[in-house]
Every structure is written in structure tokens, then in C-alpha cells.
Design a protein around this ligand. Structure first.
Ligand code: C2E
Ligand code: CA
Ligand code: CA
Length: 426
């Protein structure tokens, strides 16, 4: 069988093939997969020469794999990177970590003595296979992932696979990919949800809410992808698309002589951190020739509170240009009434879960009524989100809030349906 010229270990493709056979033929045996490498290995080559580098690799192979009776198969995919399949028998996860930690420490001390000018650390990611039918490729990916997660942490030399972190990271990759491909297919859409007067039911505005569709046309919920796009920073690209499409829709509605009302856009924190937000909005306004009074910008309460000065300046500037600023999700975080009082904003959007919770009991109703009165006397306009039932509409109206957004009137809907139902003059 073909072998690695330096270590006599299997090349990766044969390792994978043979390991899969073993897993398949021994469904009841317990195995673990490791991914190991030596940090700063390349400096051996640089400082002591290639021959010393090769020698180190051979010694690693011998110590951890060919000379290790528990190791069944191993491979060196490249450089100082190794993968191995170990039969662990009844050894527990903690014991396995201890065994590997021991070996790694021994080897580090040994190699450190020989090349004192380099700082070494052996890293091993460990994945214990739970079900042998999983296959070796997936097991290797998980061992590699385990290693990546703690690499750079000098107090650990063997890290175990964490399935939650892995799911999280696969989810980030999947949704990032989903967004990128939706963008290429022009499958990023704006949905609109109407805002209405609680007393008359009259249509008074709308919120633009972003959606992406997968390749089969299924809509992915923003609750799922927005937090991921926020974490990776790609939310900025998403918001740019939503913003431009919204401006374009408004232009079309005006051109068609429709009943056009202000539309609010969600601006994420990251949009403020990138330079040029104001210029971007002004450029779109010019391109589509949209009056400022038709554009509202929603900034969450948390964004405002976490980075007050910075956001404040931008919000002030946007207001100077005639745009309305809404404080979104008020009541969902640690609302600070003293801070809210000084925010450069025009409208407070009461968070749906907060409002609903309050409407649920007598004390909550008193609290909500008080808050609405205070905010109103400071000069804010107020809108309540998430109104679902006739009873909620009635109560919130009695408390002095006449603007409502919620399923009671309509769910967010595609631009074309929204245009037909609310914009086109009958
Ligand atoms: P949000 O800004 O608080 O938007 C309102 C959300 O409440 C929407 O969820 C809407 O569908 C939902 N909602 C409206 N009425 C009701 C109701 O009566 N009951 C209940 N239970 N929910 C109601 P959606 O569209 O799923 O959006 C979720 C969040 O995702 C938004 O919360 C917003 O924070 C974010 N988001 C959505 N589109 C965008 C976008 O284009 N850019 C950015 N940055 N964030 C967005
Ligand atoms: Ca919003
Ligand atoms: Ca909201």
C-alpha cells in the first residue's frame, strides 16, 4: 500500500478508505479521531534547516502514531498536520484527554530542549465517535474543528469536540452561503407590514422587513438569518440591498400615483460603524428622488444605548436632513428612561412582547399607560408593535397610543401584495 515517504503513514485518501472499513466492520467498538499539529513547526525549517524539520515530523509520527499501540491508523495530510484513528475501548473521555495531554507534554518538553530558540505547543483536537456509521470524514472534520477552537490557548493541549459550537459554526456557514447565493439569484426581498391608526384603521405607514429565499423559493425567517449576518458583519450588505429596493419601491409607488406613506427601514448597529451611512442614504434619496418625510430609520434601543455618542451624532445629522428616527424595540432591553429622554429620535416603537406582557395584568397596564404618557409629554410619537387581537387594539388605544403595527391588521407581505392592498388608489 502507498505510504508517506517521511513517516511511513498512510496518505490521506487511503487513511479515509481504511478507517471507514474499520468503522463499518466494527460497529460496536469505540473509536476516537484526533487532529494534531505542532505550533511553530515551520521555524524549525527556517532556523535549523529542512533536515531537522523532517526529523521532527518523523519523531512525532513515531511517538504519537506508529509507536503508539492504541493508534490503529494515521495519516499526515501535509506538513506537521496529523489525523489518527484510536481504539479507545472502555477509556472515558476525560481519561483519553489525560492520556493525550501527557503524550503532548512529553513531546513538547523533548523538542523544546533540542530547539530552545523556538516556543512549541502540541495541539490535539479530539472527537470520540458516538455512532460508527457517521463515517471518518465527518469525524475528522470534527476533530479538526475541536483543535481550531482552542488553538492559541497555551494552557490546553488537547481539546474535545463541542457539538454546540460546531452546530453554531455550521449554521453560520450555511446561512452566510444562503445569503450570498440568494443575492446572486436576486432572491433578497423586501416585505412590508402596514402601520395603522388604532381608532380609524387608516393606513398610515409601513415597515420594510428583509427576507431571503432559498433556491427552492422557500422564505428563510429573518429571526434565523439576521442574528447570523449581524455576527459576521454581512448584515451591512443585506441592509444595503433592502434599503435600495425600498427606495426603488417608493419611487414606483409615487410614479403610479399611489397612496404613499412613510416607510421605516431597520438600520443595524454595524451600519453605523461603517463610514458613509449618511452619504449612502442621501445618494439613494437623490437617485430615486424621494422626499425625506417618506423615510424613517429604525434604530434599536440597545444600539442607541450601547454606543450613545457615536450613534447620536449620526441620528442628529439624519434628522437635520428631514428623516424621522424611530427607537425600535423599546422595552425589550434594559430601557433607561433618563437616557431615552435625550435621544435624538422622533418616535418610540413599543416592543411587542413588552406591550403584550403589560396588557396582560392590571399593574402592567398602569405601567404601560404611565410610560406612554411620559414619552408623549417629552415629545415622542408612539407606535405599538405586535398587536394581534381586537382586545389588544382596544386597550392600547384607551391607553393613548393610536398607532399600531401588528398581525391584527396584517402580517408582513411581499411588495406586490402590499402595493395592491395599501398603495394603489382604489
Ligand atoms: P423588528 O424590527 O422588531 O420587526 C418587527 C417584527 O415583529 C417582524 O418580524 C414582524 O413580522 C413581527 N411582528 C409584527 N407584528 C407582529 C405581531 O402581531 N405578533 C408577533 N408575534 N410578531 C409580529 P420579522 O419580519 O420576522 O423580523 C424580525 C426582526 O428581524 C426584526 O424585528 C428586525 O430586528 C430584524 N430585521 C428584519 N428585517 C430586517 C432588515 O431588513 N434589516 C435589519 N437590520 N434587520 C431586519
Ligand atoms: Ca424594526
Ligand atoms: Ca421592533
Amino acid at each position: 500500500m502507498e505510504r508517506d515517504y517521511l513517516t511511513n503513514l498512510l496518505p490521506l485518501h487511503l487513511f479515509l478508505r481504511e478507517a471507514d472499513k474499520i468503522l463499518k466492520n466494527n460497529p460496536d467498538c469505540r473509536y476516537a479521531v484526533t487532529a494534531t499539529d505542532l505550533s511553530n513547526f515551520k521555524y524549525i525549517n527556517d532556523l535549523y534547516g529542512m533536515a531537522e524539520g523532517n526529523r521532527t515530523i518523523q519523531e512525532m509520527a513515531e511517538k504519537f502514531f506508529s509507536g503508539n499501540p492504541r493508534c490503529i491508523l494515521a495519516s499526515r495530510p501535509y506538513a506537521d498536520q496529523f489525523r489518527s484513528l484510536i481504539a479507545i475501548g472502555d477509556v472515558s473521555q476525560d481519561e483519553e484527554v489525560a492520556i493525550i495531554t501527557n503524550m503532548n507534554t512529553e513531546f513538547t518538553e523533548y523538542i523544546q530542549k533540542r530547539y530552545p530558540n523556538i516556543y512549541f505547543h502540541v495541539y490535539t483536537g479530539l472527537y470520540i465517535i458516538e455512532d460508527n456509521s457517521e463515517g471518518i470524514r465527518s469525524a475528522c472534520d470534527k476533530a479538526h474543528f475541536a483543535k481550531k477552537c482552542f488553538k492559541g490557548n497555551l494552557s490546553v493541549t488537547c481539546g474535545i469536540f463541542d457539538s454546540n459550537a460546531y452546530k453554531d459554526s455550521s449554521n453560520v456557514m450555511r446561512l452566510t452561503h444562503e445569503f450570498q447565493s440568494a443575492r446572486e439569484r436576486d432572491s433578497v426581498y423586501v416585505y412590508y407590514q402596514p402601520k395603522c391608526s388604532a381608532s380609524t384603521g387608516e393606513f398610515i405607514g409601513a415597515e420594510a422587513l428583509g427576507r431571503i429565499a432559498d433556491k427552492d423559493g422557500n422564505i428563510i425567517s429573518p429571526g434565523e438569518f439576521i442574528p447570523v449576518l449581524e455576527r459576521t458583519g454581512i448584515i451591512g450588505d443585506f441592509d444595503d440591498i433592502i434599503m435600495e429596493k425600498t427606495f426603488a419601491d417608493i419611487r414606483r409607488w409615487i410614479d403610479n400615483g399611489g397612496n404613499v406613506k412613510p416607510v421605516s427601514l431597520n438600520i443595524s448597529r454595524i451600519q453605523f460603524l461603517k463610514p458613509g451611512l449618511i452619504d449612502k442614504i442621501l445618494a439613494l434619496q437623490k437617485k430615486y428622488d424621494i422626499p425625506s418625510r417618506l423615510i424613517e430609520l429604525e434604530i434599536t434601543e440597545t444600539t442607541f444605548i450601547e454606543s450613545v455618542d457615536f450613534i447620536d451624532d449620526t441620528a442628529r445629522e439624519l434628522r437635520r436632513h428631514g428623516f424621522t428616527i424611530d427607537v425600535d424595540d423599546f422595552g425589550s432591553g434594559y430601557s433607561s428612561l433618563s437616557l431615552i429622554a435625550t435621544l435624538p429620535a422622533d418616535t418610540i416603537k413599543l416592543d411587542c412582547s413588552f406591550a403584550r406582557q403589560c396588557l396582560d395584568n392590571d399593574k402592567g397596564v398602569i405601567l404601560l399607560s404611565g410610560i406612554i404618557n411620559i414619552l408623549r409629554s417629552i415629545g415622542f410619537d408612539i407606535i405599538c408593535e405586535g398587536i394581534e387581537t381586537e382586545r389588544e387594539r382596544q386597550r392600547i388605544m384607551e391607553l393613548g397610543c393610536d398607532k399600531i403595527q401588528g398581525y391584527y391588521y396584517d402580517r408582513p407581505m411581499p411588495s406586490s401584495s402590499f402595493e395592491e392592498k395599501y398603495i394603489t388608489k382604489q
